[in-house]
Design a protein. Structure first.
Length: 310
């Protein structure tokens, strides 16, 4: 099944009905911040479903990595998946536990391009899990890739059952990064490795926006992406959380210059495509060039890696 199979043609009345349901989900999000898993299900199964994605032939729901000047969002997201794979040192011997797996696109890249032995995706959104497993079967990858319903704070895997843990543009949605790091440490075998591609608040003194002096703006943007105030770490706090979980050789670096600005520039043209008329207007504004140019100035995008001692 191609991604378009999950985006069936709609007449205007049906599309308006879908938009109304999506808006209703958006409206309930502020009341779900104390239940992060419910928040994520509302956001991804109800708010930003298959019809509200900007990819061309994929179902990635990421901002991508644009350092090598990809021509499409699909290519940029595939580049991000390759970056994570290279940081994780993926090999044919690996058992990867991919937490916050979405529709599974990065898992398929890793299975095909890196010949990984086994990939287990974990996600709290049942709709995404159902579609990801259907796509794995269609691609003939269901012997290698499978997706499970589960939480980052309680990964449904035995102790020491994986060689790599990944979280590609998903950890900022988790109830607690500290709990995720502890769970990642538990499920990794000795010598295993964790890699995240993640968003965190950008320090105020690094924000270039002319709105920097308006104090409520930054916290508002951070709340939109990280509803729980306790889950908005600085770089130093991120490192400390990984080390506190037991990881060593912690490395973090920012790729924000190769994410937000080029993504926003790409979306300016992407939204002119008639196909984008299917996307909820709220999604077009918030995740389009206007929204990304605004909120991207308040966020950092980091790649983090660390090892579990042998």
């Amino acid at each position: 099944m191609t991604p378009t199979d999950y985006r069936p043609p709609e007449k205007q009345a049906k599309r308006l009905g879908r938009w109304a349901r999506e808006w209703a989900s958006f409206a309930t999000l502020p009341f779900s911040t104390k239940a992060p898993e419910k928040y994520s299900r509302l956001l991804y199964d109800n708010g930003f479903g298959p019809a509200t994605s900007f990819g061309e032939e994929s179902m990635f729901q990421d901002f991508g990595y644009w350092a090598n000047s990809p021509k499409t969002l699909d290519e940029a997201c595939t580049e991000l998946a390759r970056l994570v794979a290279n940081e994780a040192h993926l090999s044919p011997d690996d058992v990867v536990i991919d937490v916050g797996c979405g529709y599974g696109d990065q898992d398929f890249v890793w299975a095909i391009e890196f010949d990984v032995k086994e990939i287990v995706g974990v996600n709290v959104a049942p709709g995404q899990i159902e579609i990801a497993n259907a796509r794995a079967r269609e691609l003939g990858l269901d012997g290698t890739v499978r997706h499970l319903l589960g939480s980052a704070s309680s990964i449904p895997r035995p102790d020491s059952s994986g060689t790599k843990v990944t979280a590609m543009e998903s950890a900022f949605h988790f109830p607690s990064r500290a709990e995720f790091f502890a769970e990642a440490f538990r499920v990794l075998e000795p010598g295993g490795r964790i890699v995240t591609a993640d968003m965190i608040p950008l320090p105020r003194d690094q924000v270039s926006s002319r709105l920097r002096g308006i104090r409520p703006v930054g916290p508002m943007v951070h709340w939109l992406f990280m509803p729980d105030r306790k889950n908005r770490p600085t770089l130093a706090e991120y490192r400390d959380a990984m080390e506190h979980a037991g990881f060593v050789n912690v490395k973090l670096y920012s790729i924000r210059d190769h994410v937000f600005k080029p993504y926003a520039a790409f979306m300016k043209n992407r939204l002119r495509d008639p196909e984008m008329a299917r996307v909820n207007p709220a999604g077009r504004i918030f995740l389009g060039n206007i929204g990304a140019s605004f909120w991207g100035t308040w966020l950092d995008y980091v790649v983090a890696s660390a090892d579990k001692p042998r």
